[in-house]
Design a protein around this ligand. Structure first.
Ligand code: PMT
Length: 215
């Protein structure tokens, strides 16, 4: 590619509201996606960052859009996908949201409370229906059978690369400055990266993306 590529990167969790004070979410801090966005920018790419509610300040990139729910994130990603050469979905998107939203705070009753959940759209799948960028990278957050489950997601979501992390490993993954991952590609190769900083993992991911873009 002769011109500088445009990266569309997602980071952080999504937050699915139950009532004005409660929501379903997960402990993603945004660190991994922010590290990818920062490294792509450092290498001269144009970077669009879509991020869910995060305590950290997002890196300086060309466009940064804060979102809340999975459906907000999907709208933002599909809105920018036409400009993207590379999509990196590092966000921890909630697979489910409450079926309804209570305008008033749900009162504590006598017994338990059952919450009905419905499935959120798959952002990777929906965005790539609008336009498939040259390189599409997903993450797999797994608590068992890491490589097998990641390979299923690579195939099902038609990804070029998937970055698999075992989220049960102590001291890394969600919220940590560190992670250990395996990068799987469509040719069956597995690149293992032992515990290191998320910045170093971002370097290795973008090295792989650049070779695919050059390829
Ligand atoms: O944010 P940090 O604290 O730094 O933590 C980093 C991380 C653990 C969040 C990150 O390394 C990570 O694993 N991100 C992906 C988490 C995830 O949602 O994994 P998944 O296996 O459920 O989803 C697979 C892929 O599909 C992901 O690329 C995800 O962004 C995407 N997805 C998921 C659900 C959905 N509705 N739409 C999607 O596009």
């Amino acid at each position: 590619m002769n011109r500088k590529p445009t990266y569309l990167v997602t980071a952080g969790p999504t937050r699915e509201p139950v009532d004005p004070v409660r929501f379903i979410s997960n402990p993603s801090s945004g660190k991994m996606g922010f590290a990818v966005a920062r490294e792509a920018k450092r290498r001269g790419a144009r970077v669009i960052l879509i991020y869910g509610p995060a305590a950290l300040v997002p890196p300086r990139v060309d466009e940064a859009v804060g979102v809340r729910t999975a459906r907000d994130m999907m709208d933002a990603v599909t809105g920018f996908i036409g400009e993207a050469d590379v999509l990196v979905m590092a966000a921890a998107v909630c697979d489910y949201r409450p079926a309804g939203y209570s305008e008033n705070k749900i009162k504590k009753g006598a017994g338990g409370l059952t919450l009905e959940l419905v499935e959120n759209p798959d952002i990777l799948t929906e965005a790539c229906k609008v336009k498939r960028p040259c390189v599409v990278v997903g993450f797999a957050a797994e608590s068992g059978n890491l490589l097998e489950n990641a390979r299923v997601k690579l195939e099902k979501k038609h990804l070029d690369l998937i970055v698999a992390n075992d989220i049960t490993s102590p001291g890394m993954g969600f919220g940590s400055d560190y992670n250990a991952v395996a990068i799987l590609d469509r040719d069956g190769n597995v690149e293992n990266i032992d515990r290191t900083t998320k910045e170093e993992i971002a370097v290795r991911i973008i090295d792989r993306i650049e070779s695919l873009l050059a390829g």
